[in-house]
Design a binder for this molecule. Structure first.
Ligand code: ZN
Length: 475
């Protein structure tokens, strides 16, 4: 990137999280990402000294680890660049009024008729853990996302429990994926965002200010997915447009990146008991209405969901198995603090780190090296459980003869699409202790709240006869 001629006026605020802030170029497909630091630091000089290493770690982790694991097609690691101070000052002043704690979010007016559309999905963990270290049986039946929903609503983070279950999205079964995506549209939380020309038109901005009117979304999308039946407004129009959107997202998620088609490729199949969650809305619907699930499940090997799922499944021990190993490493570090770098606990993320990920079936020989290796695998899997998928769509005409395999047909025209994976930063080693505590909290809360609900809804005589599955009212 040419940094000499940067002009702050050509960049606009895009969004921010706890650790970084992103601005995007108003014309080119370029973004700049800045790391954030608290204004008052206990040791400001030390924190600044750390910056180059932290930046290098972020880029190296993407380049040398996640790109190799997830595929070259999906990961663009970016680069570290030095920016002129004047440019950064000018930019900081320009974007300040748009930052979330100062202003309310506003949607901008449509700039072009059919500007590019971006759909960002944070799918979360797509399998039921299979580790023998798991102590609570509920973890083998209900997925982490569905359990966590109950705690998040109780804590006031979200108002309603989402019906989305990641296992349905990762199933590769079109009916389950349809329900999963529809649930995300009904309750996007921070798992679904839709941008038009770079502006958020649907989803929550920074965990609040939710924009989620499906009719309004359908209005935005009509020009892309114009209903073939000619209905241009009303509930039927919304339904048709939303179905088209779900269709396009599904095709993008299951298409094979290497061959760009959805045919009968080799499939990634997660065993039956690990791919079903008891809390899934789809599962409940199937039981309630007796829908017949006809289609085969499984993901074609090169598709984005399959690549992410495979990396997530590097977590073979679950936090229950990892936490004792973390304690083993901590104890070792107390005695030999210098071993922290030999064990690659904070990078560098180079070839030898990457190689340590491939040995999945080694036996515990009680060494600290074994513990570190399992922790590396767990941390990489954790990044994949928290990554985002970005699907970019731009309308095209069939007369333009786009390359087959890069397009998805809609009822009106066709869209050229590309898929990439974002949010691939390494998760800090120290997070393991926090993850362990949080896991306990999530499970306890879920067990308590579902038990309380059962107590309210189950009549006493029914409870006493648990084997009984049918009872008749007297007429
Ligand atoms: Zn679930």
């Amino acid at each position: 990137m040419e940094v000499k001629e940067l002009d702050g006026n050509e960049w606009k605020y895009h969004g921010e999280g706890n650790r970084s802030l992103v601005v995007s170029h108003i014309q080119h497909c370029q973004v700049l990402r800045f790391l954030k630091f608290p204004i008052e630091l206990a040791q400001p000089n030390k924190a600044l000294e750390e910056v180059p290493r932290r930046l290098k770690n972020v880029v190296d982790f993407s380049k040398h680890v996640m790109k190799l694991l997830l595929g070259h097609n999906f990961v663009q690691p970016g680069e570290v660049i030095q920016l002129p101070l004047d440019f950064v000052r000018q930019l900081a002043l320009k974007i300040q009024p748009e930052r979330p704690d100062l202003t309310k979010f506003q949607t901008s007016h449509q700039i072009e008729k059919r500007p590019p559309l971006c759909i960002e999905i944070k799918p979360k963990c797509g399998f039921i853990p299979f580790s023998s270290h798991i102590t609570k049986d509920i973890k083998r039946r209900v997925c982490r996302y569905c359990m966590h929903q109950h705690l998040k609503v109780a804590n006031g983070k979200w108002k309603r429990i989402s019906k989305y279950c990641p296992l349905d999205l990762f199933s590769g079964n079109k009916q389950r994926m349809y329900i999963a995506l529809k649930s995300l549209l009904q309750e996007p939380q921070n798992n679904l965002k839709i941008f038009k020309n770079g502006e958020l038109i649907f989803g929550c901005k920074d965990d609040q200010d939710c924009l989620m009117d499906l009719n309004e979304l359908a209005n935005h999308l009509k020009v892309y997915f114009f209903p073939a039946n000619g209905v241009v407004s009303g509930p039927q129009c919304t339904r048709t447009v939303i179905s088209e959107l779900i269709h396009v997202i599904t095709v993008a998620l299951v298409s094979n990146a290497d061959t760009c088609r959805t045919g009968d490729m080799k499939r990634t199949r997660v065993s039956e008991e690990r791919s079903h969650c008891e809390a899934s809305h789809f599962r409940k619907e199937v039981l309630r209405s007796g829908i017949h699930v006809v289609e085969n499940s499984g993901l074609s090997k090169g598709c984005v969901l399959s690549r992410i799922l495979q990396v997530q499944m590097l977590d073979m021990m679950d936090i229950d198995g990892i936490y004792p190993l973390y304690l083993r490493v901590q104890q070792h570090l107390e005695e030999f603090p210098k071993d922290r770098s030999r064990l690659h606990l904070d990078g560098p993320y180079n070839e030898s780190f990457y190689e340590s990920l491939s040995d999945l079936h080694s036996q515990d020989d009680e060494t600290v090296d074994y513990a570190a290796q399992k922790i590396h695998q767990y941390r990489v899997a954790t990044t994949a459980k928290d990554c985002s998928i970005m699907i970019a769509l731009s309308p095209c005409l069939l007369e333009e003869r786009p390359e087959p395999g890069t397009i998805i047909q809609t009822s009106r025209a066709c869209v050229v699409y590309s898929v990439s994976i974002l949010d691939l930063d390494p998760k800090p080693y120290e997070n393991i202790a926090h993850q362990y505590k949080l896991d306990g909290k999530i499970i306890n809360h879920y067990v308590q709240s579902t038990r309380a609900k059962k107590d309210v809804t189950t009549p006493n005589f029914y409870k006493e006869n648990e084997e009984c599955t049918l009872f008749f009212h007297s007429v």
